[in-house]
Design a protein around this ligand. Structure first.
Ligand code: C5P
Length: 236
């Protein structure tokens, strides 16, 4: 992996995603494909984009009963994601089922076991939104609690906002992987991200991977934007 940048290819267009992945090959650590792309293009679309051999973060945020999540994990592991994810709020048994399914399927196919990580609290939810669904804890405390649950379930890490890195790192230790979206270089427009950090400050706080979309994909020259961010991270 040349660096810790995972570029979010948020599009329904396979040609566009493939062209971006190709132009960024060697400049980023991997690509992220999520619900938008996979709902439109399925596993065939994923294979087309990852034909370059770049590491894949498959961001499908599974959340269902343990049996169904395990079956979904078994279906996607042959796509050879480096990272896949589930919702921590699906509970301990669901996360354990996801982890076991990932390990068993990878072994059966003779491929590397993906990192299985958990989404804690969506950053689109504020404390009032959480209260409205009966969740009385403030968002940050809830994120730490769910990260600890994910760790206890044997998962490899979590997706978290830049503002939660320090608290989760402290609670879950140095080996727990923190995958962090909401990243904006100081020279880019912020778009709809409200709680963002610069790439360097997120890495200094303890992020393992940075999920970066529009600052790269919407730049006039995506390769140049990726190089510029990678340059800012050198030596950190
Ligand atoms: O374009 P931008 O850099 O904002 O893209 C960030 C990516 O990270 C998007 O794919 C978005 O869905 C994802 N994400 C996020 N905040 C979260 C979880 C995921 O922005 N809490």
């Amino acid at each position: 992996m040349p660096n810790r940048i995972l570029v979010a290819l948020d599009t329904t267009d396979t040609d566009q995603a493939t062209a971006l992945a190709t132009s960024l090959d060697g400049l980023v650590g991997g690509v992220k494909l999520g619900l938008e792309f996979v709902s439109a293009n399925g596993p065939g679309g994923v294979r087309a984009v990852t034909g370059t051999g770049q590491p894949l973060f498959l961001d499908l945020k599974f959340h269902d009963i343990p049996n169904t999540v395990a079956a979904a994990v078994r279906s996607v592991v042959p796509l050879q994601p480096t990272i896949l994810n589930v919702h921590a709020s699906g509970g301990m048994a669901m996360m354990e089922a996801a982890r076991d399914a990932a390990q068993e399927t990878a072994r059966a196919h003779g491929i590397p076991v993906p990192l299985v990580i958990a989404v804690t609290v969506l950053t689109s939810l504020d404390d009032a939104d959480l209260a409205a669904v009966g969740q009385r804890n403030p968002a940050e405390g809830q994120a730490v609690r769910l990260a600890e649950l994910a760790k206890d379930a044997g998962l490899d890490g979590v997706v978290c906002s830049p503002k939660e890195i320090l608290a989760i790192r402290k609670a879950c230790g140095p080996d727990f992987k923190l995958v962090v979206p909401g990243i904006r270089p100081l020279w880019s427009v912020t778009g709809d991200q409200k709680r963002f950090s610069s790439p360097a400050s997120a890495i200094k706080d303890g992020a393992d991977y940075l999920v970066i979309g529009r600052p790269i994909t919407a730049a006039d020259d995506p390769a140049e934007a990726a190089e510029r961010i990678a340059e800012e991270l050198k030596g950190l």
